[in-house]
Write a protein that binds this ligand. Sequence first.
Ligand code: ZN
Ligand code: ZN
Length: 98
Amino acid sequence: MKCKTCAELGLTSTLSVVSNFATLMCDHQYFDEQGRYHLHDPNTTSTVYRCSNGHSTVETSRRHCPTCKPKEAVPGGNVCHSVEQPMHETTSNDAQRD
Ligand SMILES: [Zn+2]
Ligand SMILES: [Zn+2]
């Protein structure tokens, strides 16, 4: 990738990754009745880039559950809709581990 500001200005630059951090909510990982792994992560990961001309760019991304269909939104901490409801699902709110 290139610095967007430099691209707009017609400049060239190198781009350094300054930091890589995530919000601190607990993710929700579990195995369903079929033994399939689920990752329901409400966190957003932000990566900061800084170019050699002093511009900074922030990119954010999220992890998606590998078992649920990627095109579906994965609500944080909730049981995905593509799986049958377990008879005794644990609480969907595990943020209180904090
Ligand atoms: Zn730049
Ligand atoms: Zn899932």
